[in-house]
Structure formats: C-alpha cells, structure tokens
Write a protein that binds this ligand. Sequence first.
Ligand code: FAD
Length: 218
Amino acid sequence: MTQIAKDLAKPLTIFRECRAIRLNWNAHSKKWSVDTESNSTFSCSVLILSAPAPQNVELLEKSNLLEGSDLLSTLRNIQYRPQIVALGILYTPETALWTSTPQEPFELLIDQKMKGLQTSEGYFAAYLDETWSRKYFDSPDPEVSQLIQELLEYRYGIHPQHIQVKRWRYSQCKNPLKETYLKPSALPLYLIGDAFAQGGLIGALKSACSLVQSLKRD
Ligand SMILES: Cc1cc2nc3c(=O)[nH]c(=O)nc-3n(C[C@H](O)[C@H](O)[C@H](O)COP(=O)(O)OP(=O)(O)OC[C@H]3O[C@@H](n4cnc5c(N)ncnc54)[C@H](O)[C@@H]3O)c2cc1C
C-alpha cells in the first residue's frame, strides 16, 4: 500500500520525524510560520492541516487558533478508533482460516498472498477488534505479542513462527463529516483528511483532490 504514496512523493521534499507543535499567523507579512519539536521553523502562505482530527485540534489549541469557535467543537467531536494488527508467518497456511468468519477478538485475518504478494511463506495479518485494541493499546509489545499468540492458538490452533505487533491510535475515523474539507476562518488555513468526505482512504483522497481543485480555481 505504501508504494503508491512513495511514488507520488518522489518529486516532493518531505521532512520526516518532524512534528509541528505551533502555528503562528503573521498578519503583517501574511505568512504562516510552523514551529516543530526539533526547533525548526517553516514558513508558508497557505497552510493545510492533514493530521487526524484529534491531532489537528491539539495543534490549533496550542496555537490559540479558533478559540471558542463552533468549528473547534465540531472537530473535537470527530472520533477515531485505535487498531492493533499482528503480522506473522505460518509455515503451513490453511486456506480455510482466511476465508472463515473471524472469531472474537479478531476482526479480520488476511493471507498476504490474497493481496498479490509473491512469497513462498505464509505471511498473514491478524486485525484485532476495537475493544481489544483499546484495552491493550498502551501495553508493551512483548505482552501484546504473547496474548495474540495465545489467542491464535486458542481460536484457530495455529502457531506462527514469529509475529510483529503494529498499532495505530487513529486508525479509522468513526464519524467523518460530509464536507470534503474545512476552511475554518478568513485565514488561508484548510483542514483535509479522512475526517472528511465520508472518511476512509477514499475520503482522504476525495478531500485532498477537492481542496486542490478549489485552490486552483481561486
Ligand atoms: C490497519 C489499518 C487498516 C485500514 N484499512 C482501511 C481500509 O480497508 N479501507 C479504508 O478506506 N481505510 C482503511 N484504513 C484507514 C486509512 O488508512 C486512513 O483513513 C487514511 O490513511 C487516512 O489518510 P490521511 O491522509 O487522512 O491521514 P494519515 O494517513 O493518518 O496521515 C496523517 C499524517 O499526519 C501526521 N501528523 C499528525 N500530527 C502531526 C503533527 N503535529 N506534525 C506533523 N505531522 C503530523 C502523521 O504522522 C501522519 O503521517 C486503515 C487504517 C489502518 C491503520
């Protein structure tokens, strides 16, 4: 999945591991400055926030922007679900496992070959449901890994040779807005992402495309 984003990003300059912590609008120069955790500052004339809504709210609050506005309350009401996923390898994968209805607390079991991955080994992904993911989200990897191995054995009788635990705090938006993006004030500030256009990956794409079209028109 990441290959699509990597290809799209080829002509761009991307600053990784670079967390924005404060936004400042300079009314005189009509420019934004964005301060980061590593003490660098970026300057721009149009600012587009594309982080998950709770992280955008945190950034706007720290920057004293949109204080007391209805829009900030709307953004605060947008909820995300966390998700824990175990990636593993099976020597003897059984097709029945991947096509059966997942048993709680598993939400989805996927044989990576079904996605077209060419491999002789049985790479799989086991998605844990929201309740379980929430409960163990902040537990250490070895504990979560051990619990998932026990669950896989108990539910399906399988013993993966190795599993890797992955976690996303803002995995999917639960109540996205219908709007494709927001422009919360007269300032050149926009919000896009999977909190818009009905959510999910398609929502995030629609949201970005819709804003680009609108900016090109103006
Ligand atoms: C395991 C899993 C399975 C999924 N399955 C599906 C599926 O089957 N179908 C589907 O439609 N969707 C699925 N999704 C959801 C989909 O991946 C997301 O909806 C989509 O990636 C959101 O894109 P986005 O650009 O809005 O946000 P993101 O991809 O979350 O990007 C936001 C970016 O903002 C950055 N950021 C946050 N705060 C700051 C800050 N302060 N400073 C700088 N950067 C910051 C983050 O690091 C991140 O890179 C799944 C998600 C997960 C985790």
